[in-house]
Design a protein around this ligand. Structure first.
Ligand code: ADP
Ligand code: MG
Length: 732
């Protein structure tokens, strides 16, 4: 379609903004218009039925058939009223995308007549063919069936396509014939229940009224936009999501003029349309702005309960792609689309809230509230300290490998930043709390000090460390190492689970001390004091991007696993078994399967990139370079013919030699890379294979790219076949 670079550039630079259709009126008039919220459900259901549904949502219990029938009927009436003709179970298989299979409400009855129907059983369970989704060996082909099961805790919604396409989407989990999870959502829901089970008793140490604790998530989605024509003229971008070659532009982000800069109009129209669509779907987008790199932007919503926030993020990523197409743009969700520029992350802001409306990670105004805050704060740090490797595994992917530890991204070393005020608070506890029983005076002293100090955190906005992979930011932790294309479920599942596990230990220790006669507050302080000491190694306030930190971290014994293929091994560790399997987040088989899927995915991504790079080098870059060499040779020949001596064409000759040397290098590296791949492809062990792809094939990428990028600088610009960074990065 866009065969040559120049055509693509011409198209891209002559785009006009398209008109968009926005509802008139206030956002509150159309917010969640296409969501079957609890409020709407209430209108359609009898009170007692509605109560049962509400209860099932909060407890995670099953909804019986009779109730399901009534909910299905309500959903159908609402959806049909809104013009929906079809429904689909909407799920999140391990492909990283969302999946759907549409069925119509309509069924013919007789002689040209029909009705719209939707029974409880269609709501509760679906049966898409499971055989084409990654399962890590959980199903054999004769058991290809997969099941989707309704998740009432995330509301159904209607996706609008064009003026007439309306489909009711029902969030579901996706399981195999044998009942094992084959998606991101099922383990997330279990981890929430686990957290609920362990956090409530800890909360009850402070407040008897709490009956539920729910993790919350506010994600920040970073992404790049490129023009559609240029995107197609870069086969690497359109097949792998990132540029495998390309010299940095003369002007990149060094002037720092993009971040929060004014948004180009075409991008702005895209954002407006996307926001409108997102808001109708109940995604409460709050912030939009330019990010640091040229062509990079961010969306962030108001946070929600983790489960719903995950669905909103998946839905948004989907919407982004669709809306961008209408604007002849493409969204890049890859973690590192452009070498040398900032990559994209998805900060996961995480906290815990109670059904009494308290944010457990928000420092309170009373001493009592502050002990509660400190308890959850320190326990979270302790969980990260003890299970840092599991967190590292939770964010591992081929894409994120390029981002972690590169410009302006947290390293692969997991550490926690808490800011100077809280560092001081923790120090005080560590120093003042003495082993043995505390007297009342000591406890009062400590409490009051904390009370006086903590509110400063909120005021102290400068005390933020943007380099940390896991930072406390006033009333939540921000897990910044998550990649932009990730489904938040996996890192959230792991975080929920390790904190829940930690709370189990904590409660046991407190109970034991209390039984031995210690007063509750004293016991809490003593246990926290020990945790604070244990966690010294994971707390880091300095520059995470520096070389010095990598060295220091090594001294502290923190892992720094740069390759995801190796990081996945943590999922096979004793810790993983203890936290994830023993608590039922994953069955043994499921965890094994997940490990395999992640490795396969990692290996295949590198394999595809390797093929793509080889193709580009051989069929695009080398021919263009050879053509240019021929022009140079012609020129040299001409100069010779008119009798000039060598000094007249010395520089051309050197250039020919230079280009020729690069051509030879590229050729031999591509050949060596292919040979390496062939060798590795004989390996059947998924882990060995993925590691070999990462450790042995991937290093060729840089070698090959370096030479190609050097050629880009000297080969005649008109002959260069692929859009350059300077063309890709600045959307007009
Ligand atoms: P920054 O760019 O400085 O990290 P933002 O305002 O862009 O800050 O992002 C803050 C994010 O944190 C928002 O998505 C917000 O919804 C989320 N957030 C705020 N409070 C909580 C909370 N209690 N739990 C989860 N997320 C939260
Ligand atoms: Mg952030």
């Amino acid at each position: 379609m866009y065969s040559t670079r120049m055509n693509a550039v011409k198209d891209a630079f002559s785009r006009k903004n398209i008109d968009i259709d926005r509802p008139s009126g206030k956002i509150s008039d159309y917010f969640a218009k296409n969501v079957f919220t609890l409020d709407k459900m209430r209108l359609f259901l009898a009170d007692d039925v509605f109560e049962k549904v509400e209860e099932a949502i909060s407890t995670g219990n099953k909804i019986n058939r009779n109730i399901a029938d009534q909910v299905a009927n309500a959903m159908k009436s609402w959806a049909i009223e809104k013009g929906a003709t079809h429904y689909t179970h909407w799920f999140q298989p391990l492909t990283g995308l969302t999946a759907e299979k549409h069925d119509t409400f309509f069924s013919p009855i007789n002689s040209g007549k029909g009705i719209e129907s939707f029974a409880g059983k269609n709501l509760v369970q679906g049966e898409p063919d499971g055989s084409s989704f990654p399962s890590g060996g959980l199903r054999t082909t004769h058991e290809a069936r997969g099941y989707t099961a309704w998740d009432p805790s995330s509301p159904a919604f209607i996706v609008e396509v064009g003026t007439s396409g309306r489909t009711l989407c029902i969030p579901t989990i996706f399981i195999s014939y044998g009942g094992e999870s084959m998606d991101y959502k099922a383990p997330l829901l279990v981890s929430q229940q686990f957290l609920q089970k362990t956090a409530v008793p800890v909360c009850n140490l402070f407040d008897r009224n709490v009956t539920r604790v729910i993790p919350t998530l506010g994600w920040e989605q970073e992404y790049f936009l490129v023009d559609e024509a240029l995107y197609y003229a870069r086969p690497d971008l359109s097949t792998t999501g990132r540029t495998l070659i390309g010299h940095g532009p003369a002007k990149g982000q060094q002037l720092d003029d993009h971040y929060f800069g004014s948004i180009p109009e075409r991008v702005y129209t895209f954002m407006l349309e996307l926001e409108t669509e997102a808001l109708k779907l109940g995604i409460p987008l709050k912030t939009r702005h330019n990010e640091v790199a040229p062509g990079q932007y961010e969306f962030a919503p108001v946070f929600d309960e983790v489960n719903r926030a995950v669905d909103q993020n998946q839905l948004l990523m989907d919407l982004m792609q669709r809306v961008a197409r209408r604007h002849k743009l493409r969204v890049l969700l890859h973690e590192k689309p452009f070498a040398g520029l900032n990559g994209s992350g998805k900060h996961n802001n995480w906290s815990l809230k109670t059904d009494t409306g308290v944010n457990l990670l928000s420092p309170g105004k009373t001493p009592r509230k502050n002990i509660q805050f400190l308890t959850f704060f320190v326990n979270t740090i302790k969980a990260v300290n003890d299970y840092a490797d599991l967190l590292r595994a939770s964010i591992a992917s081929a894409g994120n490998d390029h981002r972690l530890g590169a410009n302006e991204a947290p390293p692969a070393i997991i550490s926690v930043f808490i800011g100077s005020t809280l560092t001081q608070v923790l120090q005080e506890i560590a120093e003042k709390v003495k082993p043995g029983k505390m007297d009342e005076y000591e406890k009062m002293d400590l409490k009051l000090n904390i009370h006086n100090m903590i509110p400063d955190v909120l005021l102290d906005n400068t005390d933020r460390n943007r380099t940390s992979p896991f930072a406390f930011t006033g009333n939540k932790f921000e897990f910044r190492a998550v990649g932009s294309s990730a489904n938040c479920s996996f890192p959230m599942t792991i975080l929920n689970s390790i904190v829940a596990q930690q709370l189990v230990h904590f409660k046991e220790e407190i109970d034991e001390l209390v039984q031995s006669g210690e007063k509750k507050d004293g016991a809490i302080f003593r246990v926290l004091r020990r945790y604070i000491k244990d966690c010294e190694k994971v707390l880091f306030e300095g520059d995470n991007y520096s070389e010095a930190w990598a060295k220091e971290a090594q001294k502290r014994g923190l892992s720094n696993i740069k390759s995801s293929a190796h990081a996945f091994d943590f999922l096979q560790s004793k810790d993983a078994h203890k936290v994830l399997v023993e608590n039922g987040i994953f069955q043994e088989k499921e965890l094994e399967a997940r490990y395999e899927v992640l490795l396969e995915n990692y290996q295949m991504k590198i394999q595809i990139e390797a093929r793509m790079l080889g193709d580009l080098a051989s069929s695009e870059i080398l021919p263009a370079s050879i053509k240019y060499v021929n022009t140079l040779l012609e020129n040299i020949k001409g100069l010779k013919e008119i009798g000039l001596n060598k000094s007249a064409y010395k520089s051309q000759l050197e250039l020919v030699e230079y280009i020729n040397e690069k051509i030879q290098n590229i050729n031999s590296n591509v050949t060596a890379m292919i040979k390496e791949r062939k060798k590795i492809n004989k390996t059947t062990d998924v882990s060995k294979k993925a590691k070999a792809y990462g450790d042995k094939v991937k290093p060729y990428f840089d070698l090959i790219r370096n030479d190609i990028d050097k050629l880009e600088l000297v080969v005649d610009d008109k002959l260069w076949p692929l859009p350059k960074y300077r063309e890709l990065l600045f959307v007009k």
